[in-house]
Design a binder for this molecule. Sequence first.
Ligand SMILES: Cc1cc2nc3c(=O)[nH]c(=O)nc-3n(C[C@H](O)[C@H](O)[C@H](O)COP(=O)(O)OP(=O)(O)OC[C@H]3O[C@@H](n4cnc5c(N)ncnc54)[C@H](O)[C@@H]3O)c2cc1C
Ligand code: FES
Length: 268
Amino acid sequence: MERPRLVEILEIEEEGPFYKSLRFRDEKISGAYPGQFVMVWLPGIDEIPMAVAEIGEMSSITAERVGEATEELHKLSVGAKMGVRGPYGNGFHLPRDRNNLLFVGGGTGTIPLFPAVKKALNEQKKVSLVQGARRGDLLIYESKFESMPLKYHKCTDDGSRDYHGYASDRAEELINQGDYDLILGCGPELMLSKLAKIAEQNDIDSQMSLERYMKCGIGICGSCVIGEGLRVCKEGPVFDGSVLLGIKDFGRFRREESGKRVYYSNNL
Ligand SMILES: Cc1cc2nc3c(=O)[nH]c(=O)nc-3n(C[C@H](O)[C@H](O)[C@H](O)COP(=O)(O)OP(=O)(O)OC[C@H]3O[C@@H](n4cnc5c(N)ncnc54)[C@H](O)[C@@H]3O)c2cc1C
Ligand code: FES
């Protein structure tokens, strides 16, 4: 297995009350595809998957503070070091003949969409983004998206910004009115399964990025397997919506570290 490379944190940016972006230089990650992820190693604590948030001479991850490892990432200062392996996984595919794209991100799911949105704009594609969060101050990269040439639709569960409701419901309204030729999503799995069904009903191709518990990140340990042996870290994390709709786990349950099933509550 590839050993983690130690990278120095060169810049830190607060992205709201619970999110921080950590910027660093790493040659391999500078060539990542939007939607790929890295394994971030914090010695003595854990190694966790994080999407590549910015890709280039300076790359970044954006971490939500949820537990021990991400708490530790938030404590790092400029000049501190962390280990990285990767980039891993497949990433989003933006075919040349698809020019009117709808991105739908929920919570931290917006993070892997961020570089894909930038790539689509660089390729002169028409981009609409539906972003959902519990509250307005949890809309990651809000001011960055506001400064981009895209149609930006914010949704909040508490109604504190624009649309009061779920991103999947707003996306359905837009799909019914629009002529999108590709839908790309990342976020809570119930949102993704709803989105994949809406895409199929409207005969639009879709790509959804999944999250599963990851240990090795390179297809060996089996902890991230869904359905009949698809490894989210290797064959994913991005899958065609049509493939996911044929998998019984999709939108129903994930597995925690021990392998025990955790069922999603159906409140979307
Ligand atoms: C492909 C992928 C990309 C991700 N990208 C991002 C990102 O860009 N930004 C971000 O903030 N989060 C991202 N996550 C989620 C992130 O990996 C977890 O929030 C993190 O591992 C939590 O670790 P912790 O020790 O802080 O919390 P813990 O208290 O250990 O865990 C909190 C929750 O995080 C999840 N989690 C913990 N360890 C793992 C693991 N090894 N693999 C998958 N999930 C885990 C579990 O659902 C757990 O219930 C991504 C996950 C995956 C699979
Ligand atoms: S994380 Fe080990 S096989 Fe995917």
